[in-house]
Design a protein around this ligand. Sequence first.
Ligand code: WT7
Length: 659
Amino acid sequence: MSDGDGELEARLVEQEEFEPSDEFVEQANVSDPAIYDEFEEDWPHSWERAAEMLDWFEDYDEVLDDSEEPFYEWFVNGTLNASYNCVDRHVENGDKNRVAIKWEGEHGETRTYTYQDLYREVNEFAAALLDLGVEEDDVVTMYMPMVPELPIAMLACARIGAPHSVVFAGFSADALATRMNSAESRFLVTCDGYYRRGDALDHLEKANDGLGGVDHGVDATVVVDRLGDDGFGHDLKGNQHDWDDLLDTHDGERVEPVARDAEDMLFLMYTSGTTGEPKGVKHTTGGYLAYTSWTSHAVLDIKPEDTYWCSADIGWITGHSYIVYGPLSLGTTTVMYEGTPDFPERDRLWELVEKYAVDVFYTAPTAIRAFMKWGTEFPERRDLSSLRLLGTVGEPINPRAWKWYYKHIGNEECPVVDTWWQTETGGMMVTTLPGIGTMKPGSAGPPLPGIDARVVDPGGEEVEAGRAGYLTVNKPWPGMLRTLYNNDERFISEYWEEYSDPDADEWVYFPEDGAKIDEDGYITILGRVDDVLNVSGHRLGTMEIESAIVGVEGVAEAAVVGGDHEVKGEAVYAYVILEDGYEGTDEMRDKIVAGVEDAIGPIARPEQVVFTPELPKTRSGKIMRRLLEEIANDEELGDTTTLRNPEIVTEIQSKVQND
Ligand code: WT7
């Protein structure tokens, strides 16, 4: 039997609601249901509770300034430093010897950083950045795999007030160049390489290619030596510096954390949208840090003495908020792992849970689906009894996967929090609170206290329980994005135009997800309603992939849709029209796949490339993506009568089926 379904007792299969144990509730950081009312009655002042989790240099004098909606400001005129909050204050409070980061490499080598160690390296690297000419408000790009130098570099930037822009290491050289160009970033921190399933990967070559595509001058690049003797022998160029040399040069130096205004940018994070251009989501120092600290405390139930592990990559928002800023601000021990879950064996993650006695574990549904497929023997090999709480994020989790996780990882003793949020929201928005709520597998839960999320019809009216609609957020929250970098207009058109009524001074945030809500106010997320795919919990714009395909010689037109995939959730299906004189050969297919990998990265690799003489189009010339999705999923086709070329549908269908 390849999954746990047969082993789940009938009780568990049919059970639709689960309660946290008394034991969990008793120790939970938040366990009084009154918190929902408290937040509502005193809104927005209730958010002071989040701000109070931080140490401020200067107090704010207003919680929320909404005088220029939707450009909200939180904790107005307060000043603070994120690096001080994540590092110094724990050292000063007597926790200098507590472990901040437990890192494990793919081959099992380990590194342990106490808060004192972190303090030392963050300071030294901050001194190095200053020496390289980084000034407050300069954007420093990081293109790094899961090495401890990544959070250290992020915190060093925060210390000197230089916003970071982390680009996922799996993205291509082109993607790096696009993001550096957009942010006009003149500094890069990168790495010689890293290990993937036993192989050393050359990362610096990709970084150098990317640098070649940067339109402006780059002042300095710092390169971490991860591979040592396994490295690829690249010589560092004139303005490239070795990380260790820099730390040696600045050995023992200290840099005062600068006082940043609450609204000063902490970082940029690029994410995919409907158009081909990635969006630079801007997060600020006060609101973001308060929000990630508060949600780490309330939802992840993190205590300083815990060992906490989020298995995401820091190159995504999940890693920023819930590997780095939230957990370190709370002074806990956060685990970082370099490798993949199935190398050298499929019990690798459970081996680490056992080894480090992990208390709280946060992962993605795509991983859980893979674990299910591999079978229960792998978690059963290990002692997982240290676990107290489990979480998921990134995409909808089906009840079967939820229950498998609950039983086979949590031993029916750990609550599971299914947390809905986005790059733009900064932190969790819709989820049960583990010490309070009934859990309903498949449904994320109610909006968090203080979050006014609703499910509405196209006119913005709330829908009845059980009906599908669109998710909206009708009040601001501290962790929200403040704008898209250098693009206020697009910020408004992407997120606010759909449901707001500026004349009536009503501003409504639209996350572009479909959802439904039940009688108890529990929200089930139905997925994106824009042209964005969710592949293994990673967000990919169909337009970005299409333009990569159209860039391949011989391609005339392309349409990309998501097809259902057992493990990835969604997989990329590409329908391609070739120019005259080109043929849909295997070679052509390989070129298209390579084109996508070069433009974006292997995560965007098409699962299927279907060559077709035409695409199904409406009379007005719009590609009917819905039909292409139905074909990819082998579903019964909906209405085709509005098509200009209905005959093409059966032709494409037979190609997909025969492939
Ligand atoms: C999109 C945001 C939040 C960090 C990871 C992804 C989907 C996220 C859930 C969930 C159903 C979810 C949504 C959202 N999503 N969490 N618990 N249940 N869907 O961040 O790349 O910004 O993607 O991921 O569709 O809009 P992201």
